[in-house]
Design a protein around this ligand. Structure first.
Ligand SMILES: *Cc1c(COP(=O)(O)O)cnc(C)c1O
Length: 382
């Protein structure tokens, strides 16, 4: 049987056959078996962050961004003021969606090759007392940098500010314990490190925060308070649920538990990351980030200096060998990204490196080494 191409992307990602098979059934949204499935998925999600009792989890239809947007809409009152810690593309997206929904938004810019600064946040909160909430990306998928969740949550708690965490690409892989990390809302999705299929997000919200969230949302469909109240009352989703996505997530979470939960997933992704970096460095490629700030989720590599390199051709050559890469997301530098997440192990990562080596041979690229001046190297082609 021919294998599907392996997705080395930050979602959708490669899923197991068991997860795919879980979608071979139709469910009625009001039927007791689907209500039980939703309830079980919510119970297990809460358990992953140890949020039982103190938090609720509210699922929402759509891609992950829909849930980020809904979290901001539901948690930040219309007169609130959001400070976004920005060190990459997903931070900028959070700032943009908060602005678009009419919440006062301030961006605190950071370099893309370093984590956001808890000390800088502390200073910003001292200067502007009108800030009510902080928007924070745990793993900035635009580069792969790991941001300091615990330290940022401590600064927010000390200042009495709400914290909204986009943990989309870190949840279930990096440790997050709601008993230790104080947040108002934390957002993740089905199609990332839980290895389900894309189509729904979910937001953990602290109980006292959801209790006072009625009427905050400017949007009917993005209102997590309404979704929560309705789901608590009926067990049902407010509008048509992504039934097959929920079923696939339930099955993916069964495998997550069988594998050993978050620590086991982190160990596998770390092994993937190490196999990838070792193999790519042997081909001359240079990672964009220093290893100590790199999350084992997605890697950004500098483009090779060789003039025969061109991303689209390279992508096609690697794809022909069964692996899907991801374009870079930096504005100043030419890069490409390779994900470490999904139902794959270090064996697949080594095969991916072999595919890259073979693609380079075909393109006549002797080395993956970036130019000598790579930090200032201008982007060659969009
Ligand atoms: C994947 C991701 C999202 C959601 O992106 P969608 O394309 O809407 O699924 C949001 N934030 C981060 C950090 C992500 O990695």
């Amino acid at each position: 049987m021919q294998r599907d191409a392996i997705l080395l992307t930050p979602g959708p990602l490669t899923t197991t056959e068991r997860t795919k098979r879980a979608m071979l059934r139709d469910w009625g949204s009001w039927d007791s078996s689907f209500i039980a499935l939703t309830s079980e998925v919510r119970r297990q999600l809460l358990a992953i962050v140890h949020g039982e009792g103190a938090h609720v989890v509210v699922p929402l239809q759509g891609s992950g961004t829909f849930s980020v947007e809904a979290a901001v809409a539901t948690v930040v009152p219309k007169g609130g003021h959001v400070l976004v810690l920005d060190n990459g593309a997903y931070c900028k997206r959070l700032g943009k969606l908060a602005t678009l929904m009419g919440r006062k938004t301030t961006i605190l810019p950071h370099a893309e090759d370093a984590p956001v600064s808890p000390a800088g946040l502390d200073a910003a909160l001292r200067v502007d007392a009108s800030i009510t909430h902080v928007g924070f990306i745990h793993c900035e998928t635009g580069t792969g940098v790991m941001n300091p969740l615990q330290a940022v949550s401590e600064v927010c708690a000390r200042h009495g500010k709400g914290l909204i965490v986009d943990a989309m690409s870190s949840f279930a892989a990096l440790p997050i314990d709601a008993r230790e990390v104080r947040f108002d809302a934390l957002v993740a999705a089905s199609g990332k490190c839980l290895e389900g299929v894309p189509g729904m997000g979910f937001v953990f919200i602290r109980q006292p925060v959801i209790d006072v969230a009625a009427g905050n949302s400017h949007s009917l469909a993005m209102d997590l308070h309404e979704q929560h109240v309705y789901m608590e009352k009926t067990g049902q989703w407010r509008f048509t649920p992504p039934t097959h996505v929920v079923a696939a997530l339930a099955e993916a979470m069964r495998q997550f538990a069988e594998e050993g939960g978050q620590p086991a997933r982190l160990a596998r992704y770390t092994a993937n990351c190490e196999a990838l970096v070792a193999g790519m460095e042997a081909l001359g490629f240079a990672p964009f980030l220093r290893p100590e700030i790199q999350a084992p989720i997605i890697l950004t590599f500098h483009a090779p200096a060789d003039p025969r390199y061109e991303f689209k051709a390279f992508y096609e050559a690697v794809k022909a060998r069964g692996f899907i890469l991801y374009p870079g997301k930096l504005t100043q530098l030419e890069t490409f990204r390779v994900g470490c997440i999904g139902a794959i192990g270090p064996g697949e990562m080594k095969q991916a490196v072999a595919a890259v080596a073979d693609a380079m041979r075909e393109m006549g690229i002797a080395s993956g080494a970036p130019g000598l001046h790579c930090p200032q190297r201008p982007r060659i082609a969009p």
